[in-house]
Design a protein around this ligand. Sequence first.
Ligand code: TXA
Ligand code: MG
Length: 333
Amino acid sequence: MAKVEYDLKTYICQHMSAEIGTDIQKAAELLIEGKVVGIPTETVYGLAANALNTDAVADIFRIKNRPDFDPLIVHIADISQVELYASLFHEKAVKLAEAFWPGPLTLVLPKRNNIPFSVTSGLDTVGLRIPRHSLTLELLKQLPFPLAAPSANPFGYISPTIAQHVADQLGELIPYILDGGPCTVGVESTIVGFDKSFNPVIYRKGMITLNMIERVVGKTQVFTHSQSNPQAPGMLTSHYAPRTPLKIISSNDNTNNFSNRTGFLGFDAYHPLIPQNNQILLSPSGDIFEAARNLYASLRILDKLGLDVIYCSLIIGIPGAEALNDRLRRASV
Ligand code: TXA
Ligand code: MG
């Protein structure tokens, strides 16, 4: 009987679309069984599993079609848990954690042995973060283990910012998506690691900016991209991309051949030479936080229009635009 039930569960998991709901208990039970579950965070939705269970971690990589050299972020509930998974929580890291957690910041610290190398892609460091989302914090508090969770999108595609985005692409591969509504930040966490002298290095830009970090821990380096360097994971230049080619143009560019199959993703102003039906503005009032919240959903909508090309312009002269410009660059061809 148990076997039949098990097979049925497996079948349901593989052949029906994920249930979307707000049942923390159900999410917890599935995660304890070793299943992979969609979870909300303030940045983007995550594809979560028990970080200490190597089979569950392997399932995350399989479901996302993610290369094994790209390590996962480990999510915890409380700052007191850092020392369970990191062997060194030095002063600058503590300061950053106290300033920005729960929130869109990942700290890369030396790992303890209980974090499997499959989570960290063989690195002896682990990326840790406390997300700022009430449902997921409650879930993490109920679990006896931390959650490894990359963004819940197929590798290389746009990150999801509502539960339905996760269901659209990975729904047939996971049993449950915890629905926490639209993400309030909208782009992935800022990733900060440290050099040998414990000086901070930004590996990935986010809405916690260089300025905000330097105010807490002083001089900080920004790591620049490389094509595929396992020592600098998370730095892949081509990422977060729609299927339709996205191209960056200067905002006053009129040398291109625009047609009715041309799209435009604008910050606060429409492009005068492109049909307005094919355009989306990230924030008509020029609010960078609203623009960040809208970025990925807007790219998804434009991607569905079946256009030949989507143009966009970098956001110039607006404080806090660095993460958006980084994602536009990485999504573009
Ligand atoms: O906001 C976020 O960080 C979201 C939510 C779900 O928390 N997660 C996310 O995960 O963006 P993902 O897997 O899409 O990106 C994580 C990045 C990876 O590109 C990985 O290379 C980098 O974090 N990373 C993880 N562990 C690392 C480590 N030990 N050293 C350097 N980079 C690391
Ligand atoms: Mg991702």
